[in-house]
Unconditional design. Structure first.
Ligand code: SUG
Length: 451
């Protein structure tokens, strides 16, 4: 199959703020109450998209979700006009207002799990929106995510959008952040590594003590089944509970894979050696003539703590030419000497396909625990499938310029927690998103556009 990986990046929404909503995500809780800059956040995200597009990689955007989610607050008993709902929630339940206002849909790696048509028995591209049941503010995303996916991937002969995994928090599913596909090239049959933190139906033993696990093994299994993947090409691995306790709330905080390469921390999994052995076995069965390049990062070089504060493993690993890959890392990696040195040596050694490291400033998103890889959803598409996606969401030099101008026109450069109740913020956000759907050529994708 001739296919390419397209990165769909979540466009940062106008309410980007620091509410400390994600226990277990160290950056989120430690920046609670800080003043954010939504305009800078959105421009940093767009600059990353442009950087990847300039490397010659297909790049597209996912529009943000409408926030504050007034409908959610109404469901919780706040009534009256929108301004009254916001004011009452701010007074009586400010944490619910914060959850309703989060711009968390920007972290598109949590939007859905995606598998390419070449891997599915029915020859279609499969999407399962993540239920994100582990965090209240994120549990508001799946419905809107499904609406957006249906608008972007409309042809049912080519694309299937499944329902999110049911079952609530016990069956938590966080999407592509806990799924890594490995293959000799993007178009070749893949081996799928699904990573979970707990089992919904087993008695919890030896789990994390400090922080919650977000992904259930049974949820990953449900996604693999729904996507019609060959069971022999699927491996389920358990995240190391000690890593979760160190702030590794998703697999993509402690490992990154691309093509035939897996870069992982030595302490990523509950039993790292067994995971690597099994992965090699499944890969070799599928591709007897190709080699899986596993690059372990020893704890004596990079501690779990340094991995979490630098977000090294949340780099994007991209193929820039046959056999050549680049690591798109957060600039924060340069501030941690052990990580900076490791990345330099990795490239200089020449022993792996990773031949370049680029550091990008994503500070606004990083303060909420979102690095380069969190901000994008990878979708492997054939040329015909890509042609079925509305052209307006593709990032070109021209769309980048138009989107950057749109951000400058609509976004604030300062947002403090008390601003979330400002009815003007809601009005501004709706105006911005309404204009965005026209800019991207998408028609109505938001409930507020329906009435
Ligand atoms: O779910 N942060 C997100 C970060 C998601 C990162 N994604 C991946 N690793 N793929 C989360 O914890 C913080 C919002 C706040 O605190 O205001 C937040 O939701």
């Amino acid at each position: 199959m001739n296919a390419r990986e397209v990165n769909f990046d979540g466009l940062v929404g106008p309410t980007h703020n620091y509410a400390g909503l994600s226990r277990g995500n160290v950056a989120s809780t430690s920046h609670r109450g800080a003043v954010s800059n939504p305009r800078a956040a959105a421009l940093q995200g767009l600059a990353k998209m442009k950087f990847l597009a300039d490397l010659g990689l297909p790049q597209a955007v996912l529009p943000p979700h409408p926030r504050p989610a007034v409908g959610f607050l109404r469901e919780l008993g706040f009534g009256g006009a929108d301004a009254e709902v916001l004011a009452a929630a701010a007074r009586r339940a400010p944490r619910l207002l914060a959850a309703a206002a989060s711009a968390s849909s920007m972290w598109a790696a949590n939007a859905a799990t995606v598998t390419p048509s070449g891997d599915a028995a029915d020859g279609r591209v499969h999407f399962t929106p993540a239920n994100l049941a582990a965090k209240l503010h994120r549990s508001l995303e799946p419905l809107q995510t499904a609406r957006i996916l249906r608008a972007l991937f409309p042809d049912p002969a080519r694309f299937v959008i499944h329902a999110p995994v049911p079952g609530g928090q016990a069956m938590g599913d966080e999407g592509a952040a806990n799924h890594t596909r490995l293959a000799p090239s993007h178009g070749a049959p893949g081996v799928h590594l699904f990573v979970h933190g707990h089992a919904a139906l087993a008695r919890a033993t030896g789990g994390p003590r400090k922080f919650p696990s977000r992904q259930a093994r049974e949820a990953s299994e449900a996604v693999a089944r729904a996507h019609a993947l060959d069971a022999g090409a699927v491996l389920h691995a358990r995240l190391n509970p000690a890593a979760i306790d160190a702030g590794v709330f998703h697999h993509d905080v402690i490992a990154v894979g691309n093509g035939h390469v897996l870069l992982h921390h030595e302490q990523a999994y509950a039993d790292t050696r067994a995971v690597v052995t099994e992965l090699r076995r499944r890969f070799a069965r599928r591709h007897p003539h190709a080699e899986l390049a596993v690059i372990p990062v020893p704890a004596r070089r990079v501690t779990l703590r340094d991995a979490v504060r630098s977000y090294l493993f949340n780099s994007q690993l991209v193929t820039t030419a046959p056999g050549r890959m680049a690591l798109i890392a957060p600039a924060d990696c340069r501030a941690v000497p052990a990580v900076r040195d490791f990345a330099r040596e990795l490239v200089e050694s020449g022993g792996t396909p990773i031949q370049e490291v680029h550091y990008l400033d994503l500070r606004q998103s990083m303060r909420n625990g979102g690095g380069p890889a969190c901000l994008r959803l990878r979708v492997v598409l054939t040329d015909a499938e890509l042609a079925a996606v509305p052209a307006g969401v593709r990032l070109t030099g021209e769309t980048h310029a138009r989107l950057a101008a749109w951000v400058r026109r609509h976004y604030r450069d300062r947002l403090a927690p008390r601003d979330l109740a400002d009815p003007q913020l809601l009005a501004e956000s709706q105006r911005a998103l309404d204009e965005l759907t026209r800019l991207l050529g998408l028609g109505s994708i938001y409930p507020f556009q329906q009435g």
